[in-house]
Design a protein around this ligand. Structure first.
Ligand code: TTP
Ligand code: MG
Length: 383
């Protein structure tokens, strides 16, 4: 008994964490992200495409955009959200393949099942991306090597695809780590090394720092995470308010956000910030379709939702949020049709910088009992 206690105190002292914090808990968070997801699936299913530049995206004639490109095509400068027309100009030898969302969704479900076999604490972020909280299985990220390699092997065997994995004591560092050695990478950041790991990165890698905040920080001479970490907190507070201090915590490698499995979510949403403002309706419809397709699998895992929300951000940063409660459960089909209709009624035609779509107002599992309660309460709460 005593030996165990001593061992765990040693472990705590060995890390650089503040073991006197009341909520101290060493976490082991894994971030999994498949490599060039859509185009890898296309190359898997059509051997003629292997080793070739492949672009998965919309038709250039109808202002389609690139969903993703194989690594062969990325070498030519092709990237997600670029107009397909531009992509084909950069890489004329590329094979353009229309997206097959149904197939991607199936693979996504296979991946999700593999994640859930490891832990119920899985937070899906996209078709090909999730956070897993392995804290109750592993006492430190440095012990995650075998699990991560086994998961990569299983993904390869079950889906024929490669994944990149990052493991760290929090979500921010795990996510950055999964990106560090793409493709087919595995990066483990030992506890205590978070701050140094993030230090050289541009500040936009931190959650909550978008292009606008990045510009504001740059105007104040802050470009790197290390500079944000070292800045005078009083100055940050005066200049950027409470957010400045939150960014600094992230910059110092501190991120306490929990991994939130679907069922506990209050709202599930996805959004895209476009690399350039978009004013073509067809392109915006295509972007909306991608968001619907990404929400689809999450929608099925989550409790039934009553409401969906559309978010539009214009080039001048004016943001409009429109909510609709269709009077029936928001299924993928309801969402697809409803989102397009709501978009057409809400958009004023000016260029958009961002498009977002979310579902909320979930019906709890015990809705039957709850509605009885509601009626009961209503009848008792008369004047
Ligand atoms: P990502 O994980 O961002 O990209 P990726 O898997 O293609 O490549 P990487 O190796 O860098 O992880 O997105 C996953 C899929 O989501 C991607 O294959 C296609 C789709 N997607 C879009 O449709 N539009 C977009 O703008 C982005 C970024 C992704
Ligand atoms: Mg990916």
């Amino acid at each position: 008994m005593t030996r165990l206690v001593v061992a765990s105190i040693d472990r705590i002292l060995a890390g650089s964490r503040r073991y006197d914090e009341p909520d101290f808990r060493m976490r082991t968070i894994m971030h999994v992200d498949l490599d060039a997801f859509y185009s890898s699936i296309e190359q898997r299913d059509n051997p003629a495409l292997r080793g070739k530049p492949v672009i998965v995206g919309g038709d250039p004639a109808s202002r389609g955009v690139v969903a993703t490109a194989s690594y062969e095509a990325r070498r030519f400068g092709v990237h997600s959200a670029m107009p397909t027309r531009t992509a084909l100009r950069l890489c004329p030898s590329a094979v353009l393949v229309p997206p097959r969302f149904g197939v991607y969704r199936q693979v996504s479900e296979q991946l999700h099942a593999l994640f859930l076999a490891l832990t119920p604490l899985v937070e899906p972020i996209a078709f090909d991306e999730a956070f897993l909280d392995l804290s109750s299985l592993l006492s430190s990220p440095v012990e995650a090597g075998d699990s991560a390699r086994a998961l990569k092997r299983q993904i390869q065997e079950e889906t024929g695809l490669t994944a990149s994995i990052g493991v760290a004591a929090n979500k921010l560092v795990a996510k950055v780590a999964s990106d560090r050695q793409k493709p087919d990478g595995l990066t483990i950041v030992p506890p205590g090394e978070e701050r140094g790991f993030l230090a050289p990165l541009p500040v936009r890698h931190l959650f909550g720092i978008g292009p606008r905040t990045e510009d504001r920080l740059r105007a104040s001479g802050i470009e790197r995470v290390s500079q944000l970490a070292e800045a005078d907190p009083a100055w940050l507070l005066a200049r950027f308010g409470q957010s400045g201090l939150e960014w600094q915590r992230l910059a110092r490698g501190i991120d306490e956000r929990p991994v939130t499995p679907d069922r506990e979510l209050q709202q599930i949403s996805r959004e895209r910030t476009f690399p350039r403002d978009i004013s073509a309706r067809a392109e915006l419809h295509a972007a909306l379709d991608t968001l619907v397709a990404e929400l689809g699998p999450l929608l099925r895992d989550a409790p039934p939702a009553r409401t969906f929300t559309l978010k539009l951000r214009y080039a001048d940063l004016a943001t409009v949020t429109r909510r609709r409660t269709p009077g029936r459960v928001v299924t993928a089909d309801v969402l697809r049709a409803g989102a397009l209709d709501l978009f057409d009624k809400s958009w004023d035609g000016r260029p958009l910088r961002l498009l977002g779509l979310g579902i909320s107002n979930f019906i709890p599992a015990a809705a039957g009992q709850l509605s009885l309660f509601d009626t009961d309460l209503a009848s008792r709460s008369g004047p």
